[in-house]
Design a protein around this ligand. Structure first.
Ligand code: SF4
Length: 355
């Protein structure tokens, strides 16, 4: 089996789902590094990696989705809820920019009182204030779906409103494991997988950029993980160039209802390699410093080519993530692995149109 897979990778052929499963279960770490680096080499110089500094600004922790893996949310009438004002959002952005940051990911909860015009107003204010000096992800696909529903508008209408307000990007966040059995166990109120992709289709049809994400380390089966990759690769085939990057990170179990233990770095890295090898239609694979700290940089040897240096993310910090602002130490760790690290600008929007 390994010879057959290695031949496919060397000759730029696609590997199948069962081959990805075989690799994850049987290949050595060295083999995974080698194969993932070969696929990486189709898109990027072998010894170069890129990064940017970014913050995830959590504008509200009010959420009615009640995912059992989340330590961040508060129900609407619970103590400790908050909603940032536009001025407070600006303060958070300014703090990130003072640290060299160029990108913000807005991420809140499923707030039942916030409708799309509220978000559009906030994002318009952010775009007007920072113009092209800042890029931002307006919201995650999951929040986008919920907000369209409570606003009683279609995904196409929601995407058009965001675009008109100055939003250029939505992140594929809130995806965790895109498998309906997984969703039924842990977040039955969030969405169904095909609905998620309906929303993604509307977003890219509107000319907005989007990304692909995944979170592992809950109780998901290997089959559920592979379902996520298989559906994602199909979406990317159907929308060539629409998803320029894929980020996989790990579940943090502290103070969550689900609990559990943290996924070991070795398994994270092995899965990262599978993602790189299998997702042959997504150019950038990003490794997660947010949840794996310095270990994430080893991911550059397992097929990743890019990483964020985060300055804040309350969602993962509440569940146990630790953030270091010692950027040079982290960059030195990447250099020590033999990579030249280049600060990059946020990606340009994909130059593609979908109908
Ligand atoms: S993960 Fe997101 S959608 Fe789920 S409860 Fe937490 S904030 Fe809400």
């Amino acid at each position: 089996m390994l010879d057959q897979i290695a031949h496919k990778v060397q000759s730029s052929q696609r590997i199948s789902r069962s081959e990805a499963q075989w690799l994850f279960e049987h290949a050595s770490d060295d083999t995974l590094q080698e194969l993932a680096s070969q696929v990486r080499g189709r898109f990027h110089a072998p010894d170069e990696a890129t990064y940017l500094i970014m913050a995830i600004v959590n504008y509200t922790n009010v959420c009615v989705a009640k995912c059992d893996y989340c330590a961040f949310y508060r129900l609407p009438k619970q103590d400790g809820t908050y909603l940032l004002s536009t001025e407070q959002v600006f303060e958070r952005i300014d703090a990130m920019r003072a640290l060299g940051g160029t990108m913000v990911g807005f991420n809140g909860g499923f707030h039942p009182q916030l409708h799309m015009p509220h978000y559009a107003e906030l994002f318009r204010a952010v775009r007007e204030r920072y113009q092209d000096d800042l890029e931002f992800y307006g919201m995650t696909v999951a929040e986008f779906m919920f907000t369209c529903k409570v606003s009683k508008i279609s995904y196409d209408e929601g995407a058009a409103m965001l675009k008109a307000s100055g939003v250029r990007w939505i992140t594929g966040g809130g995806a965790e494991v895109l498998d309906d059995d997984f969703r039924r166990r842990h977040s039955p109120l969030k969405y169904k997988v095909e609905d998620y992709y309906d929303a993604q289709s509307a977003i890219v049809r509107a000319g907005l950029g989007s990304t692909a994400t995944m979170v592992i380390g809950f109780d998901e089966t290997l089959g559920e993980r592979l379902n996520h990759l298989q559906r994602l690769r199909r979406f990317s085939d159907e929308h060539p160039g629409a998803l320029p990057s894929f980020l996989v990170w790990t579940y943090k179990p502290y103070d969550t209802e689900l609990g559990g233990t943290e996924l070991a770095s070795r398994e994270y890295l092995r899965w990262l390699a599978i993602c790189r090898i299998y997702l042959d239609n997504i150019p950038h694979i990003r490794t997660s410093v947010l949840t794996k700290n310095e270990d994430a940089l080893l991911g550059l040897r397992y097929g990743a080519d890019d990483f964020d240096l985060p300055t804040e993310d309350e969602v993962t910090q509440k569940a146990g993530a630790t953030i270091s602002l010692e950027f040079e130490r982290l960059l030195d760790a990447a250099r020590g692995l033999g990579f030249t690290v280049k600060h990059r600008q946020p990606l340009p929007l994909p130059d593609v149109t979908y109908v």
